[in-house]
Design a protein around this ligand. Sequence first.
Ligand code: ZN
Length: 262
Amino acid sequence: MMKRNQQTRLALPSLGVQAALRVQRDVGYQHPTELEVEILAYLRGAFVRASPSTGARANLLRLGDRGIISVADNLPHEQRRWAIAHELGHFEIHAGVSYLGLCTGEDLRFDYERSGRELEANAFAAELLMPEDSFAARCDLPKVTWAPILRLAQEFEVSPTAAALRLLSFTPDRVAVVASKDGKVLWTQGTRDFGPRPVRGSRVDQWTLAYDFFEKGQASKVAETVNAEAWIPSTREEEVIEHVLPMPRYRMALSLLWFRAG
Ligand SMILES: [Zn+2]
């Protein structure tokens, strides 16, 4: 007999996007920060409550056509909004599932790596909190640095990580985001045309700017050109522009890597 395995079914991010567009249309708002995400969830039939900060960041309990979203009480505002939007995504898309308690992970990127439902719920959250129609046009930047991305994060009330990953969907440039922790590459995500990316688990090379953050506790505050091979041994490019966002609280650094065109 065939074993059913829902974890490996193909994810349909468009399901999440369509559902988020439906919410925006039904509720009727222009900018996603007009309504608190708790209110938005409530209007859709899901009640948000705080739960002690042990275990999952958030989970969803479905009761008929109603839902209860529990969200850890210690999350920063931006992460809390993402967690609630993610659970609302499950509520809107995954009608047949009564309980989703697996939404853990210390960073939303880990959720991205999961298959199926998690990916769909994140696609929902991304479109709900950073709608393409107001976000995409803002991603064509003269210089790909953290300053404009942090402004987007502030305006849309999302984390810098969420804004940077969303930017990758719309930027016309070749860009990657690299998260390093304790001197090692934790994860990377890049635009389709970026080419090979830094290898996960590899040591952060001494010729990168992120290295300075881990070794000296401080990295250059401005974007600088570094040897592309320092980040990507297999690259054919000579140089890449790196800009570091230090996250000492998490012992992490987020590097933006950008190949300037021409
Ligand atoms: Zn989830």
